[in-house]
Each structure stands twice: as C-alpha cells, then as structure tokens.
Design a binder for this molecule. Structure first.
Ligand SMILES: C[S@@+](CC[C@H](N)C(=O)[O-])C[C@H]1O[C@@H](n2cnc3c(N)ncnc32)[C@H](O)[C@@H]1O
Length: 208
C-alpha cells in the first residue's frame, strides 16, 4: 500500500466535489484512469458505496498497490485494477473489458500535466465512448487559465515538469475544453480547489 501525501491531502476535497455531482441514488458505474497508489479509489468507494469502481493504472507497481488497498479494506465495490494506457485506443483498455456507453463517471486525478498530451487526448476520446449520455468526466489538477498560470508556485511547478519531460506541463482549460468538445464532452463546471488546483467537470451531452 503505497502512500502519496498529495493524495492524502486532496482525497477529501475531491470527494466533496464528487458528492455534489453524482446521483446519490445509484447504482452507478465508475472508472478511475491513473489510480496511482489506490488511495483515492479506496476513499471514494468507502464514502460512496452506491458506486462500483473500476481502478486502472499504467504503472505496474501502482497496480500492485491498488490491489493491496482493495484487499486491506475488503472493498467489495472496487473491481480488480486493470492495466490502462490512456494514450492507447479505449477499446484496448483493460484488454477490451470496457463497454461503450456503460459508465456514469470517469475520474482522472493529477495525470493531465504529468503525461504527454496524447494521454489527455486518449482520456477524452475514451470517455466520449465509454460514458453513457449525461455521464460525467471529472479531472483534477493544476491548470492554466486563458494562457496564464498563477500563482508563482504553479509557474515554478510547470517549469519543473517541463524540465523533467518536455512533453509534460500544465494545460490550458480552454485547450482542454475544445479537445473535450470534439469528443462530445462539454465543460460544465470549474471548481476551485485547495492548493491552487481545480476540478473540471465535463458532461457527455450527445452520442459520439
Ligand atoms: C502524479 S501521478 C497521480 C496518481 C494518482 N491519480 C494520484 O493523484 O495520486 C500520475 C499518474 O499518471 C499515470 N500515467 C502516466 N502515464 C500514463 C498513461 N499513459 N496512461 C495512464 N496513466 C498514466 C502514472 O502511472 C501515475 O500514476
């Protein structure tokens, strides 16, 4: 059970946003793309038992950690984690185990700025296919707004990301919104979060 301090800090504020946007009655089906350690899915599953969660990861060590959380907390509402490369075609995710228009919710936390843009394109394309009409894609992280990154700590974070990998860096909300729209996902809400992060809520409004 790996522990990421940032996930420990942000899991409760993100849960509060989830509570505000999902149908409280259920049952609902959710996919988490890039689950990391498994801390988020374990937290969300215990708080929102009417949602069945499908965690996923690109990194094999993280897959093992998600499984450790699932076992430790005996999370019946969490399926075994699947391998998922967000930049690969959605119908290959989890060896093709995900069905078109089968999910109510897709969650993606802190991946968009720490991966090449092909992962974000794949995330939107995949979400456009696997979400039911009116389904929600929630992304969380730091973003640029109208070409501006604020405050100084996020400017420095963006620079440090680009130094580590030139294909990484904070993405502009306007760019994400237009990329999502091409996949039938419409940016419905931007929620300011602690530590200069935001939640973006996209809704699938039409068949793609
Ligand atoms: C900063 S971590 C965030 C993990 C977790 N969501 C969290 O907030 O604690 C970035 C994650 O993106 C994942 N990632 C990197 N490339 C990916 C890809 N091609 N497809 C899916 N996930 C990827 C990494 O394995 C890592 O878990």
């Amino acid at each position: 059970m790996l522990n990421a301090p940032a996930a420990e800090r942000n899991k409760e504020p993100i849960l509060a946003v989830l509570r505000g946007c999902v149908d409280p009655r259920g049952p609902l089906q959710a996919l988490e793309v890039s689950s990391g350690t498994g801390q988020h899915v374990a937290h969300f599953a215990r708080a929102l038992p009417h949602i069945t969660w499908q965690p996923s990861e690109y990194d094999h060590q993280s897959l093992a950690s998600i499984e450790a959380y699932r076992t430790h907390y005996q999370l019946d509402g969490v399926k075994p984690a699947i391998h998922l490369d967000a930049s690969s075609p959605w119908d290959s995710w989890g060896s093709g185990s995900l069905q078109a228009e089968s999910l109510d919710l897709v969650v993606n936390i802190n991946m968009i700025h720490i991966s090449p843009i092909a992962c974000t394109e794949g995330l939107f394309k995949g979400a456009g296919h696997i979400l039911k009409p009116q389904g929600i894609l929630l992304t969380y992280g730091p973003y640029a707004v109208n070409g501006q990154i604020t405050p100084e700590s996020n400017v420095n974070f963006d620079l440090s990301l680009r130094q580590r990998n030139a294909a990484w860096g904070l993405r502009d909300i306007a760019l994400l919104s237009s990329m999502a729209q091409r996949r039938g996902l419409f940016l419905e809400k931007v929620v300011d979060m602690p530590a200069n992060n935001k939640c973006l809520l996209f809704r699938k409004e039409s068949l793609v």
